[in-house]
Ligand binder design. Structure first.
Ligand code: HEC
Ligand code: HEC
Ligand code: HEC
Ligand code: HEC
Ligand code: HEC
Ligand code: HEC
Ligand code: HEC
Ligand code: HEC
Length: 452
């Protein structure tokens, strides 16, 4: 209980603060609202009158776009809206509704072909990469697409979001089934493949954004390709999170230097940026010695659906040069010896024996070859290589012990038991496995027309 003295003090306290608060409320009512300061746009560049018109109207209609553009290197170098968006009057993707706003025909899509006018090197490397060609590749091999095991809305909101869509134009507007889309392998109305803004978002087209791991992590994540999680777990990722804010991400290309501008690698450093004497590349297959995402790990040049034109030994030496910017020969050599041993361990102890057992069931007609992924055993076999089998290999490749073991080899052991048990039951009963009517299946199985 409070003493009388304390009670009096409490009353005084209430009076003083109470009147202070009501004074503040009154002041609030009379003083004008101060809005956050609005940035002014006085964007006068030495561009043509036509180009200035785009900027002036869009500075009102779409502030965010003009602000991003004005802050970009393109803005500084007088690369205007027209340089990227102006279209030929007969182009299939000209915006019809925009002709009512301005006489110059414009198209919203700015394809790699458009960028290639000024960045021919990057566009040529990108054009031959797996990124740009992924749609054709997945239509060759993917069971979900080949057997119609998922439907169009599942593909649009999932697969095509990352891999890209085949953009369709109908009566001067894009079909909502295929647009908007900035997947890495988008097929554009002009026939070119890919979308540069999957990593350099418009309209900053920033180098620093693309150099950070988040740019890759939007697609490279999840149970089947957890590269961003793997990076987070590695020492490299830990250092990036502890210190990355103070690194110089904007260094001009060709001058971004390990140990000076940054002290641990991001995805871009190991896979794309110029380091030591290794030139920067927009073809992410360079520097790889394995196809660690494939069911059976092979060399990139032996990957039948998309044989790379690279020689794995040359690419391995390139990747080692990246490491040698910060590590010794022995450290680097030790790492790759362990990666190669982990690959052999996966191939020989897990994938090959399980595949052999399952193939025998197909021969005995205890499993149906008609479609993939409609029998429980097929799903288990799929997850064996596509989920934990990849995680084990990726974890070993990129220094993430939790992925190599707990999400990887440990899960492989468990999955093998599940598979073996089902096989034993099928052999004992000698009756074909139950074929499920897969929910949401029946998707279109006609390959899109990739060549224009
Ligand atoms: C008089 C105002 C005005 C002018 C001038 C103008 N625009 Fe636009 N623009 C708009 C508006 C408004 C929209 C949004 C229309 C909508 O929401 O569909 C738009 C949309 C666009 C789009 C997106 C179209 C789409 O299909 O999504 C692009 C690209 C574009 N403008 C580029 C340009 C370029 C390049 C110029 C100069 C040649 C220009 N604009 C001139 C008002 C203008
Ligand atoms: C370096 C090339 C480039 C420049 C310069 C450029 N854009 Fe774009 N713009 C793009 C790309 C790329 C996209 C995304 C479309 C795609 O994925 O192909 C885009 C998209 C757009 C869109 C549609 C965005 C949306 O979310 O609906 C509008 C509108 C637009 N630009 C207007 C402008 C205006 C206005 C300017 C000048 C201030 C401008 N652009 C300058 C490349 C450019
Ligand atoms: C008309 C020529 C032109 C076109 C078209 C063009 N660019 Fe550029 N781009 C430039 C110039 C000039 C620079 C500045 C070069 C510099 O600062 O060294 C630049 C710089 C860049 C940079 C580096 C930005 C930075 O932060 O340093 C990127 C990334 C880029 N462009 C991407 C693109 C993409 C993607 C497209 C197509 C959507 C495109 N550009 C279209 C001329 C162009
Ligand atoms: C979150 C983005 C994302 C989604 C959604 C996605 N993928 Fe992928 N996919 C990737 C990435 C990233 C890889 C690269 C894996 C690697 O090399 O580690 C990949 C790899 C593949 C591969 C292997 C390609 C090769 O070189 O052998 C196929 C096939 C594939 N995806 C098909 C699909 C299909 C079909 C769907 C939808 C049912 C889908 N993906 C959904 C991002 C995605
Ligand atoms: C997979 C992500 C990704 C895609 C897609 C991508 N880029 Fe880049 N880009 C990068 C990264 C990362 C860098 C920084 C490389 C470095 O550090 O040197 C870069 C750098 C650049 C630069 C500056 C390099 C220089 O030497 O001036 C240009 C220009 C550029 N990209 C243009 C493009 C164009 C054009 C496309 C489409 C054809 C494209 N990019 C697609 C990730 C990407
Ligand atoms: C918009 C989604 C997307 C983004 C962003 C993206 N990727 Fe990819 N990446 C993919 C897909 C899809 C594949 C699988 C292509 C295939 O194998 O068919 C892939 C494959 C790869 C491969 C394997 C190539 C091979 O030959 O097996 C590497 C390496 C890679 N990406 C690195 C990167 C890096 C580094 C970045 C960031 C700078 C990045 N990616 C950004 C979607 C993306
Ligand atoms: C320290 C360097 C390093 C960093 C950082 C790194 N990687 Fe890797 N990555 C590798 C090495 C090494 C391999 C295996 C190369 C081989 O095939 O021998 C690899 C393999 C891959 C593969 C598998 C390619 C295939 O088809 O087998 C993909 C995809 C990939 N990395 C994407 C990424 C992404 C995305 C990030 C960032 C989130 C990243 N990497 C960060 C070094 C790195
Ligand atoms: C820009 C510098 C840089 C580059 C490039 C680089 N690393 Fe590292 N790496 C570091 C730093 C710093 C550490 C932390 C060392 C420590 O533990 O004190 C590290 C740690 C490691 C570790 C120890 C991981 C652990 O958890 O103990 C391995 C393994 C490793 N790197 C391998 C590689 C390989 C392989 C490559 C090339 C594919 C590479 N690194 C590229 C800077 C780099």
């Amino acid at each position: 209980m409070k003493t009388p003295n304390q009670r009096a003090l409490f009353l005084v306290f209430i009076c003083v603060f109470g009147s202070a608060i009501s004074a503040a409320v009154r002041a609030e009512q009379v003083s004008p609202i101060v809005s956050p300061s609005l940035k002014e746009y006085r964007i006068v560049r030495s561009v043509t009158e036509d180009a200035q018109r785009c900027i002036d109207c869009h500075a009102v209609e779409s502030k965010g776009i003009v602000a991003d553009w004005a802050a970009s290197r393109h803005g500084h170098a007088n690369i205007s809206c027209m340089d990227c968006h102006a279209a030929g009057p007969a182009d299939p993707d000209v915006s019809k509704s925009h002709l009512a706003l301005d006489k110059i025909p414009v198209s919203v899509i700015v394809s790699p072909k458009d960028c290639s006018r000024c960045h021919p090197g990057e566009a040529a490397q990108y054009e031959r990469s797996k990124h740009a060609n992924t749609l054709e590749l997945i239509w060759k091999i993917d069971p979900w697409l080949k057997y119609g095991m998922n439907n169009s809305i599942e593909r649009q909101t999932g697969c095509y979001h990352c891999h890209g869509s085949v953009v369709k134009v109908e009566n001067g507007t894009f079909s909502a089934d295929t647009w908007p889309n900035v997947g890495v392998g988008r097929i554009n109305p002009d026939g070119s493949r890919g979308s540069c803004s999957s990593c350099h978002t418009r309209h900053k087209f920033s180098l620093s954004e693309a150099r950070k791991p988040e740019a890759c992590g939007q697609c490279h994540l999840g149970p089947d390709h957890p590269q961003i999680e793997i990076f987070e777990e590695s020492k490299h990722g830990a250092i990036y999170h502890a210190e990355g804010d103070s690194w110089n991400w904007n260094a001009a290309p060709g001058t971004w230097t390990p140990g000076v501008d940054y002290r641990a690698p991001s995805c871009s450093v190991c896979h794309m940026s110029g380091v030591n004497k290794i030139a920067a590349t927009h073809d992410v297959t360079e520097r790889l010695a394995w196809e660690t995402q494939a069911p059976l790990t092979v060399r990139p040049s032996q990957f039948a659906p998309w044989p790379a034109k690279t020689d794995w030994q040359t690419e391995r030496r390139k990747m080692e040069q990246i490491c040698l910017a910060c590590h010794s020969q022995a450290w680097t050599k030790g790492h790759f010896e362990r990666l190669d041993a982990a690959v052999a361990n996966y191939n020989d102890n897990y994938f090959k024996p399980m595949k052999k057992l399952v193939d025998e069931l197909y021969e005995k007609k205890l499993l149906s070859k008609e479609k993939n992924l409609d029998e429980q055993l097929e799903i288990d076999m799929y997850e064996l290589w596509h989920h934990e089998g990849r995680r084990a290999r990726f974890g070993a490749a990129m220094m993430a012990p939790d992925y190599a073991w707990w999400h990887g080899f440990y899960e492989l052991k468990k999955r093998c038991m599940i598979i073996e048990e089902q096989i034993e039951k099928l052999l004992q009963s000698d009756r074909p496995a139950k074929v499920f009517e897969v929910k949401g299946s029946g998707g279109d199985t006609t390959k899109p027309d990739f060549e224009k």
